[in-house]
Design a protein around this ligand. Sequence first.
Ligand code: PRX
Length: 664
Amino acid sequence: MSRVFQPSAHVVGKSRLPSFDKYNEMYKKSLDNPEEFWSEIAKEFYWQTPHQPGKFVSYNFDVTKGDIFVKWMEGAVTNICVNLLDRNIEKGHGDKIAYYWEGNHPDDYSRITYRKLKDLVCQFANGLRSRGVGKGDRVSIYMPMILETVVCMLACARIGAIHSVVFAGFSSDSLAERMSDCKAKVLVTSDGAWRGEKLLILKKTCDEALEKAKTKHDHTVESCIVVSHLAKASPCGKLGDIKSLYDWNADIDVWWHELIEDQSIDCKPEWMDAEDPLFMLYTSGSTGKPKGVLHTTAGYLLYAATTFRYVFDYQENDIYWCTADVGWITGHTYVVYAPLANCATSVMFEGSPFYPDNDRYWDVVQKYKVTQMYTAPTAIRSLMKFGVENVTKHDLKSLRVLGSVGEPINPEAWHWYYNLVGSGRCSIVDTFWQTETGGHVLTSLPGATPMKPGAAGFPFFGVAPTILDDNGKVIEGPGEGYLVFSRPWPSIMRTLFGNHERYQSVYFSKFPGYYCTGDGARRDEDGFLWVTGRIDDMLNVSGHLMSTAEVESVLTEDSRVSEAAVVSRPHPQKGEALHCFVILNAGVQPDPSIIDALKKHVRARIGAFAAPDAIQFAPGLPKTRSGKIMRRILRKIAVGDTDIGDTSTLADPSVIDQLFKSKP
Ligand code: PRX
């Protein structure tokens, strides 16, 4: 049984939710009367038109009864950008710092107030309108962690355009596919950015992607807006002549600074219905093609704001820092929307934890006196190896809440985070959620809930988790099975962009009546929920979700490969790493150069984070008689575990021996 950690006096003394009883009371209220619970919170925000009485939430989660839908606050009209900026300024917080920006190079830093942020957002929103962007249009964003990225997202929200941020580590193929799928009208990028000592020429990747969108997917993006970032950034390595690094296509390219030059700092917002789309964000799908997860306006605002307030226990003078890139959902909700909805001051960090030294994170915490830090287990694990001194030489006393996200945090990393970074006085919030959930759904709450290292904890307000067995039977009390949710909370995704059928079949068809997360979970004797990992064919490498199918299809693009099967194996820093089995075509000789070429190809087609750790030539794959690959067995082979269990359903069990022998 794992040890239970109670919140410390340091945390409880300040907490807005100072006991487990208080949490239980609020949780019960949120389920018993969602309308009363959420409409109380909604009162803090600005609504051009209030929602229709009695229509706070309506939904159908049961595919056997008709189409799946979720609606919150029907009839309400608002604008999320107005709520994040204008509302806070009107309340007298115009001079409050919205972000401290810390560049890749420690000499590069700046700050921006709520008022200045609004001015820039309005100017850029007007700039977008001047390029023909309006309500419902899609804007792809391929940007580094700079303030213009936030400005761009909020400008889209202000004019009702749907932003689709693509993580700037994705390849030009991935960007092209995502821009074409959503038929983006505009792409926003920067000339480049430094990541540690590495120079990323984002504009070049964008040029390739724009070309591929045209030739491969028959989609033409009308404008490419480019932030001139490199000229302002201190060089962190070899730079040379910036202009020679990429091309300029005067037909569509425009500099950000030129676009906003003459634009007014006033911009009339587009009034949006509660269920109008706010943004879409692609996430990997188990059949390979990425899914455009769509989030809408009112519910997302309510839930993002509320989770932030309670999960991080954000209080007026706190300085909050989420290390996630804006290219992922964590960056959307917890770098941009949720902190601003709470009028918070955040740190936004462009760089790497290892540059210029391995103590950069702790340096940033000390520099800004960060009170809440939110990062990923993979980052924690990669910092653990640099020793205690690396952390203890910094003053980290300001910290109160330490967040974790992206994968289950292993107890060793939890203890290190808790004891060394948090000096045993901070609460750890292990937040389980997904691109699809929009905000935290399972978590501990500082001051309120006890913690167990490795457990996600308890459901957030309004969230009703259920554990089902293989037959869809509810497991009451302690037990393990599929993690599903029986009702919607305000920020659950509404559809997959342009593909409602796929939405219904991926998330709602396995267990009618439930949203299926794709993760397994266990409830222990004390009621703690533990997320046990994916139960579908998805892999989680350094907190980045990808599908086996996605990597397999890229591997088989090589004409020498006839078949591929990808599984994950444990990795000390990344959590999971890719182990790929490839069968070569008849007559092709296995050769190390093929392995190199395949690794490079996966990097180029998907992105560097998807690079396989191992590629193994396989004479065959363990398949059932019906032809299904038994990945369970491949996972054992990948780690050299010969205890492979029952193989009676295999068409040809002899393949297993051969695979063990050919393991690199
Ligand atoms: O498997 C779960 C894992 O990450 C998946 C969601 O990935 P993505 O949509 O990219 O969003 C990541 C950031 C919210 C989940 O299905 N996951 C995320 N957080 C946790 C987690 N697994 C265990 N514990 C967590 N705290």
